[in-house]
Design a binder for this molecule. Structure first.
Ligand SMILES: CC(C)(COP(=O)(O)OP(=O)(O)OC[C@H]1O[C@@H](n2cnc3c(N)ncnc32)[C@H](O)[C@@H]1OP(=O)(O)O)[C@@H](O)C(=O)NCCC(=O)NCCS
Length: 336
């Protein structure tokens, strides 16, 4: 997840009359509690109809904690109620939803046009390049809207799952590699260093800062006992951060990162197994993970460990700009 350039937050509340579809869009920097609650209710209503929630953990966290300084929140009201919402990050990337009762009235397209109008790098914290929009669940409505807006499918992220009812093999760590768990602040800098090396091709994950790490450490689910660090000679060489979703209940391979110098040594497999055994010992029946559709080595590893694809999240990008800056379009991880 990218961090921002320190410019001041968005105009606090700029109401703009819509160019086409009815409704009014209000743009906020931080989202006040009452508005955030209304957005979360809207997301729940959409999830009930779509069978999948419209937002990543990243957007949900920022709604919960008031928002990131560089993010913009677009609230679309129609008929006196919240009918749509879009979250815009400086990448620039966005996630958006229209309430099921207000669909097929042009509001989705309206939100996309509003987003496009707000990503000028000279007028805010936005990076140059095509606007990207994440759609969770690969639903026909999202594909239809993307096509109508002139966006192309540029990336996809798989959610894979496996049962934990069957035993998990014992991990085999290489000579000289030791395993321990995350010890808080004193491990932070070293973890950030290896995370950025491991995800050099996935800037949204690889550019995490202390603040991104700290946000997760403050979450009720955070448990250092499930955050494994592999070291060689006292130096961090890889990690497996697990997560537990108690309400489902479900384990997650939250992030596995291996230092590029250690790849091909079996460390990824060993670390993944160590985390899976931990989740199984905690009594969880199932485990999931997110992996980029193009990450063939990782998918092979996870398939060999019994994972199968459950769901796909798709990233669409403005087609014309995408052609111009293809090399610049990379990594974003909605699970994070
Ligand atoms: C995707 C979503 C935002 C669309 O919102 P919407 O307000 O219904 O979309 P619009 O009315 O603006 O539709 C504009 C065009 O998109 C296409 N479209 C929208 N919904 C569609 C559907 N269910 N099937 C096929 N095409 C569809 C059509 O071309 C439509 O034009 P038309 O109505 O004249 O045929 C909404 O279904 C939603 O919130 N889904 C869950 C969240 C999500 O997937 N977000 C990612 C969006 S990329």
């Amino acid at each position: 997840m990218p961090k921002y350039d320190g410019r001041p937050p968005a105009s606090q509340s700029a109401a703009t009359p819509g160019p086409s579809a009815a409704g009014q869009v209000t743009v906020l920097g931080p989202v006040p509690e009452a508005e955030a609650a209304a957005v979360l209710r809207l997301a729940d209503a959409a999830a009930r109809v779509d069978g999948v929630g419209p937002f990543s953990e990243h957007v949900l966290l920022h709604l919960k904690y008031g928002g990131d300084a560089g993010a913009r929140n677009l609230l679309l009201t129609a008929g006196g109620e919240l009918a749509g919402y879009a979250h815009l990050d400086p990448a620039p990337s966005a996630e958006l939803v229209v309430h099921p009762a207000h669909r097929r009235q042009g509001l989705g397209l309206r939100l996309i046009r509003e987003l496009e109008g707000r990503t000028d790098p000279s007028a805010g914290p936005f990076r140059a390049g095509p606007l990207r929009v994440w759609a969770h669940g690969d639903l026909p409505a999202a594909t239809g809207l993307a096509a109508a807006a002139g966006f192309e499918r540029v990336r996809a992220l798989w959610q894979m799952r496996r049962s934990l009812r069957e035993p998990v093999a014992r991990p085999q760590f290489g000579e000289g590699v030791t395993l321990r768990t995350f010890a808080g602040g004193r491990d932070a800098d070293e973890w950030l260093r290896v995370n950025s090396r491991a995800f050099a091709d996935h800037p949204e994950q690889g550019s995490w800062t202390r603040e991104d790490l700290g946000l997760r450490e403050r979450e009720p689910w955070f448990d250092p006992d499930g955050f494994f660090l592999a070291e060689r000679g006292g130096k961090l060489v890889g990690f497996h951060w697990t997560k537990i979703h108690p309400e489902e209940p479900l384990g997650e391979v939250y992030i596995v990162g291996i230092d590029p110098d250690e790849r091909g040594t079996g460390l990824g497999r060993a670390l993944t197994l160590a985390g899976l055994r931990y989740l199984r010992e905690r009594g969880l029946p199932e485990v999931m993970l997110y992996v980029d559709e193009s990450n063939a080595p990782a998918i092979r590893l996870y398939e060999s460990l019994g994972f199968a694809r459950r769901r796909t999240d798709v990233m669409f990008a403005q087609a014309r700009k995408f052609e111009q800056t293809e090399a610049g379009v990379a990594g974003i991880t909605p699970s994070t």
